[in-house]
Write a protein that binds this ligand. Sequence first.
Ligand code: ZN
Length: 140
Amino acid sequence: MITSIDHLGIAVKSLDEAVPLYEKALGLRCLGREEVAAQKVRTAFFDAGGVHLELLEPTSPESTIAKFIADRGEGIHHVAFRTDDIGAQLKQASGAGVRLIHEQPFEGAAGKLVAFLHPKSTRGVLTEFCAVKPGATSAH
Ligand code: ZN
């Protein structure tokens, strides 16, 4: 079951430029930064009333974020829904005819389990499911 929107992923060219913008223009506080080597991104998290903003900066031209920025420019990259059962969520989406990017969840930023649905089958919105790993007590 989806319990909330967990975060919005926002593709940016530079965290060093984007983080101060969110801090100064919106008055949000950066909760921390993390590099996710497997995804070739650096992330910075903000809290906006329980929904996080996840700024994503590519660390390599091979990163999907670099390709996204090259194709579409900076901007909203994905919407992440928190779920209490990521496996069941994937099964439901797949059963509804949605193409999955990941058949199995993998470990994303902040130690969460994540999996993505293909934007071509979700009306152009890259959709992420995320779940707190059993036993984890992440603040993100
Ligand atoms: Zn995400």
